[in-house]
Design a protein around this ligand. Structure first.
Ligand code: CTP
Length: 476
């Protein structure tokens, strides 16, 4: 593909960028849009955040730019030399070009003012080093020092410098590389991948919140298994989520082997991704078999069993939530899905009692729909006939659920004219007759003779009660 030199036309859609350009001109500053916005513009992905790189002081440019736009609320972070304000739907971030040198034990660099090139070379990946000029002389021109455009075209994640320098500067980038690969469906270049594998222990200086945030971005991507497999291959997964890494491996005993649970899990997560954007439901898919290695047993004549893995898996969730710093209000949801993920299939038999179905309805409660979505995603057979059969089983369970719910709804149905009122209107004492009158009204509603309203029930009762009382008093 021929490289695009200018994005003047695309940028002119954002009228506030003309104002940015005029501000830069009047201040005699060079200003660029850099990073994610440029990458996503080339990829035709929509992004509402723009990062402005100012050669000179970022906040003073931001202040004048905001003034020209009539914006009075602007956040300035003096310590970092950055600024931010919102304009319409856009988050605009500003930073002065810097030269960074990093301390080995911290993510916080010591920063001094630098040139455009100094700043660009310390960025994470070539696809994020692209810049668009906002300067009058070459407005919209693409500046691509590290071949980022070509890497976007060939779907490649690659560091601009020696990857050891880039990852050493900021080990969070180890997670970011894998997250971008998963989000964009890109490959990680071999030397970059090697450095990730060798430097994975450096993640220890990164806060758990940021690691979990990246893990969840991987889960939120269209094909999460791209990221999960990279995490596994580089052994990053062994550090950030060893329980999932432990799912890998297949054992063969006699003629029996079991599916590799890690690759099965990857497929379940991929299966659920198109069905839901809820990252917690996707997380449930990631952890649903987490206790399989703990419960694995070889039973003579039967083969491999994982008896009780769903209960143990649910029990393990609390400590995992604490370690990953996940929000505790989601714990019950994940525990319920893990605990019940085998239940619906056990109820897919021809004859199942109402009470077994009712127990599922009560235990899964508001999570029942999500549980069935998880169960459907859990079908990873390669045999299309089996897949169809299993999916039908879940349809059957769900139609039994609806059936039982409907029965229970009808059972709980009450006449709009209540017992107390029947007694006072008809001057009756508490007796079985009151119940008979009430059920006659309910019956008429269920049969569709009258609508389910107070007025209709009242009129119907007043028109018929004499007959009902006579019938009741007839000797049997
Ligand atoms: N950056 C970096 N190293 C990091 C984080 C960010 O070099 N650890 C640089 C990259 O040039 C990146 C830019 O800062 O493009 C903005 O960072 P951020 O907003 O986190 O990422 P985006 O690339 O904009 O992508 P997204 O918003 O999708 O995460």
């Amino acid at each position: 593909m021929r490289k695009r030199r200018t994005f003047k036309k695309e940028l002119s859609k954002y009228d506030f960028l003309t104002t940015a350009s005029e501000t830069a001109e009047s201040m005699g500053r060079d200003v660029y849009i850099v990073g994610g916005f440029v990458r996503d513009l080339i990829l035709s992905r929509k992004k509402n955040e723009m990062d402005f790189l100012v050669v000179g002081d970022g906040p003073s440019f931001a202040t004048q730019f905001a003034q020209r736009l009539g914006i009075s609320h602007i956040n300035i972070f003096k310590n970092f030399g950055t600024a931010h304000f919102k304009y319409n739907d856009y988050d605009l971030e500003f930073v002065g070009a810097r030269k960074e040198s990093y301390n080995k034990n911290s993510r916080n660099p010591s920063v001094t003012a630098g040139s455009f090139e100094d700043d660009i070379q310390r960025r994470d990946f070539t696809i994020n080093t692209l810049a668009l000029s906002l300067n009058k002389k070459n407005f919209g021109r693409l500046i691509d020092i590290y071949g980022g455009y070509e890497d976007i075209d060939s779907k490649l994640i690659k560091t601009p410098l020696d990857p050891y320098i880039t990852f050493n500067d900021d080990p969070l980038r180890i997670m970011r590389a894998i997250r971008f690969a998963s989000q964009l469906g890109f490959e990680i270049a071999e030397p970059t991948l090697e450095a990730i594998t060798l430097m994975r222990e450096r993640l220890s200086i990164i806060s758990q919140e940021r690691i979990t945030d990246e893990l969840f971005k991987i889960l939120a991507s269209n094909v999460p298994s791209i990221g999960l497999k990279y995490l596994y291959e580089t052994k990053v997964l062994h550090i950030i989520f060893p329980e999932i890494a432990n799912l890998a491996g297949v054992e063969q005993r006699k003629d029996y082997h079991h599916k590799d649970v890690f690759y099965h899990t990857c497929q379940v997560v991929d299966n659920i991704a198109p069905k839901t954007d809820d990252v917690y439901l996707r997380f449930a898919a990631l952890v649903h078999d987490i206790a399989k290695p703990h419960t694995k047993r070889f039973v003579e004549g039967t083969g491999w069993t994982f008896h009780g893995h769903e209960d143990l898996g649910a029990k393990l969730m609390k400590s995992i939530f604490i370690r990953l710093k996940l929000p505790m209000h989601k714990l019950e949801y994940i525990k319920t899905l893990v605990k019940l993920h085998l239940r619906p299939i056990a109820l897919a038999k021809e004859i199942v009692t109402d009470s077994a179905i009712r127990r599922l309805i009560v235990e899964a409660d508001e999570f029942l729909e999500d549980l069935i979505t998880l169960c459907r995603a859990d079908i990873t057979s390669k045999n299309p006939n089996k897949v169809t059969k299993y999916l039908k089983n879940y349809d059957r369970v769900m139609s039994r659920v609806l059936e039982v719910k409907e029965k229970d709804r009808l059972r709980a149905f009450q006449s709009p004219v209540r017992g107390e009122e029947i007694m006072s209107l008809l001057n009756l004492k508490p007796s079985r007759l009151v119940g008979v009158i009430k059920s006659s009204i309910e019956e008429a509603i269920l049969e569709g003779i009258i609508p389910n309203t107070y007025q209709a029930s009242y009129e119907y009762m007043m028109a018929n009660y004499k007959r009902w009382i006579d019938d009741f008093n007839q000797p049997k």
